[in-house]
Structure formats: structure tokens, C-alpha cells
Design a protein around this ligand. Structure first.
Ligand code: ADP
Ligand code: MG
Length: 324
């Protein structure tokens, strides 16, 4: 049985600068299975959004370029898809929601019309009245109160949390195979964030849509995801089932991230444990493990060549010489 819906294989992405090309994502591989939520986690700037935009073929042009690798949506390699086929991919097969829904919603159109367009994309045969009913159903699904009245609102007339719900409704209206959520709750306050996460968990269970959930917050991963891939400086350094990762994190970077997650059993005033140092800049990536300069356990060989991602337990892989 093959339940893999998306396979990213050895993806490398670069950006042009005035003088040369800088690699933002290097040799990234992961699989997304049907019906699961895969978390992609790492500090800001580690390549999460670039990975997501590559999958959507939305890299900023002409600077961004996929240098190597394949992105297989079932049998189709997205990397090699002709431009003419992209509209059939985006929205329909893979939908994406972003941190700031205001950038994706059209400010001059009522919410109802925007959701209706998404419904129409998936089922162009529906007549206007059926679409209107479907729009209200979608808004109900994402738990927007009084949906029949809200369809007339403009995006600026509703809260950030409500806008994110509208985005989710639009994304799911086209019944995509995959939903990519790039930090969808980062801009929201904590209570609203919890509501959106719980909504996404319920919708995922109900629709079975595979979700690639991107966040810098391991706490969010624990709430929502089945499996997780940890990124650092453009590479995946560890991947595992969520329980396994939290039970026995292997990579020193993952351990550092975990120590930085706020916990109820720490007094609010104590500073969070953080990882010393900073992520190397794109043009100055070291030849070995990219975390070596911050790693408390770095050895001599870590500075020489990058450790390969190696399976250390069933479904648990880590790129670290401590384990090989
Ligand atoms: N349009 C761009 N031009 C040049 N560099 C970019 C561009 N977009 C992203 N980058 C660089 O690629 C790296 C990864 O960025 P990104 O994927 O946005 O990180 P994040 O994990 O925070 O989503 C960063 O170093 C960023 O500066
Ligand atoms: Mg990002």
C-alpha cells in the first residue's frame, strides 16, 4: 500500500543576488501521507517558506530557482510542470494558507464572493444558488458565527481570527489533496490561536486532507501534528513521529528547541532556555554540519562534512554524527 501523496526528494533552492547565487534550501527530502498532518519546524529563516513556495511553484521570480530535486504529487513532478498546468495545481490540488490572511484576501470583495470563487473552482457546474448554499456551509464548517449574515462582510470588517477561518474555508472549498499552512496562527493571539488549531485538527479528521503545517513553535507541533521534520539552516536535521520526537529528541538542535518551549512548570519570570549564537547567513554556510558552531556536543568531524540523515529507530531519522 502506498499512501504517500507528496514526496519531496533532495530539493535544493537558490536565490540570485547581485553577485552570485545563495542556496536557501539544500537536499531536503520528506514525505507527506494521506490523512496526516506533517509539521515542518525551525527558527525563522531556516527555509520553511521557501520549501512551501517551491511546492506551490510560487518562488519569487526571477531570483528564486529550484536547483535540484523532485516534488512528486503522486506521479507528477511539480518541478517540471509546464506553466500552463500551474492553475490546475494551485488551489485545486494543493491549497495554501498564510500567516497574514489579509494579504491573500481581496479587500474590495465581500467574503461570500471570495469563498464562492473557491467553490466554483472545484465545481464549475454548480448553479449560483447551490454555490451560495455551499458557501454558508463552508463558513459553518470553520465555525464562523452567523454565516448567512457574514457573507456580506468585507475582510476588514472581521477580526484576524475570522479572516483566517475564511482563508481555511476557501482553501478547503476546492477539496485539495494537500493543504499547506505556513504559520497560520503566528499573527494571532494565544486564545484565537488555540481555537484555529483545534478547528484545523477537527477539519483534518473530518476531510482527511493531508496537511503540511509550518511553524517555528514546537508547542504547536505537539498540538496538531502526527509527524514532524525539524529544519535548520536550509536542511532537515531530524524527522520522527511527534511522540517519538518529544520523548527522545536526538539532534542537539531539536533538544535546544525543546528547551526553549515555554512550560507551565517554569515560573513565568524565568528566562527561556535559548540556543547560543545565531544561524549562519546564507553566503557563509560552513562545510560541515550547519549547527556545529552552536552545538554543545560538536566534534572535530562535524566541521568537515555534513552528516547524512540516517534512520536511528523506526521512522526516526537524524543528521548528526553522535548517532553514526
Ligand atoms: N526572495 C528572496 N530573495 C533572497 N533570499 C530569500 C528570499 N526569500 C527567502 N530568502 C532567504 O531564504 C532563507 C529561507 O527563508 P524562509 O524560507 O522565508 O525562512 P522561514 O523558515 O522563516 O520561512 C532566508 O535566509 C531568507 O533570507
Ligand atoms: Mg516563513
Amino acid at each position: 500500500m502506498n499512501d504517500t501523496i507528496l514526496r519531496v526528494e533532495q530539493l535544493s533552492v537558490s536565490f540570485a543576488t547581485e553577485t552570485d547565487r545563495l542556496t536557501a534550501v539544500e537536499d531536503v527530502s520528506f514525505r507527506l501521507h494521506r490523512g496526516e498532518t506533517l509539521g515542518l519546524v525551525g527558527e525563522s529563516g531556516c527555509g520553511k517558506s521557501v520549501t512551501a513556495l517551491s511546492i506551490m511553484r510560487l518562488l519569487p521570480q526571477p531570483a528564486g530557482r529550484i536547483e535540484a530535486g523532485r516534488i512528486l504529487l503522486q506521479e507528477t513532478d511539480i518541478v517540471r510542470l509546464p506553466a500552463a498546468d500551474l492553475p490546475g495545481l494551485r488551489g485545486r490540488r494543493i491549497a495554501m494558507i498564510f500567516q497574514e490572511p489579509m494579504t491573500a484576501l481581496n479587500p474590495v470583495h465581500r467574503i461570500g464572493r471570495q469563498v464562492a470563487e473557491a467553490v466554483h473552482l472545484h465545481r464549475p457546474e454548480l448553479d449560483e444558488r447551490t454555490v451560495a448554499r455551499e458557501v454558508v456551509t463552508m463558513l459553518e464548517k470553520v465555525r464562523i458565527p452567523e454565516p448567512a449574515a457574514r457573507v456580506k462582510a468585507y475582510p476588514h470588517q472581521i477580526s484576524g481570527g475570522m479572516r483566517q477561518r475564511v482563508m481555511i474555508a476557501m482553501a478547503l472549498a476546492a477539496r485539495p489533496d494537500i493543504l499547506i499552512a505556513d504559520e497560520p496562527t503566528t499573527a494571532l493571539d494565544v486564545t484565537i490561536q488555540a481555537q484555529i488549531l483545534s478547528l484545523m485538527r477537527d477539519l483534518q479528521a473530518e476531510t482527511g486532507t493531508a496537511i503540511l503545517f509550518i511553524t517555528h513553535d514546537l508547542g504547536v507541533i505537539a498540538e496538531l501534528c502526527h509527524r514532524v521534520a525539524v529544519m535548520y539552516a536550509g536542511r532537515i536535521v531530524e524527522s520522527a513521529a511527534v511522540e517519538a520526537l518529544f520523548r527522545s529528541p536526538r539532534h542537539p538542535y531539536t533538544r535546544g528547541l525543546m528547551a526553549a518551549v515555554p512550560r507551565l512548570d517554569r515560573t513565568p519570570k524565568s528566562p527561556l532556555a535559548t540556543i547560543e549564537g545565531t544561524v549562519p547567513a546564507l553566503g557563509t554556510m560552513p562545510p560541515g554540519c550547519r549547527f556545529a558552531n552552536r552545538c554543545p556536543q560538536a566534534m572535530e568531524r562535524c566541521h568537515r562534512a555534513p552528516p547524512p540523515l540516517t534512520e536511528v529507530a523506526d521512522g526516526h531519522a537524524v543528521a548528526c554524527y553522535l548517532y553514526s
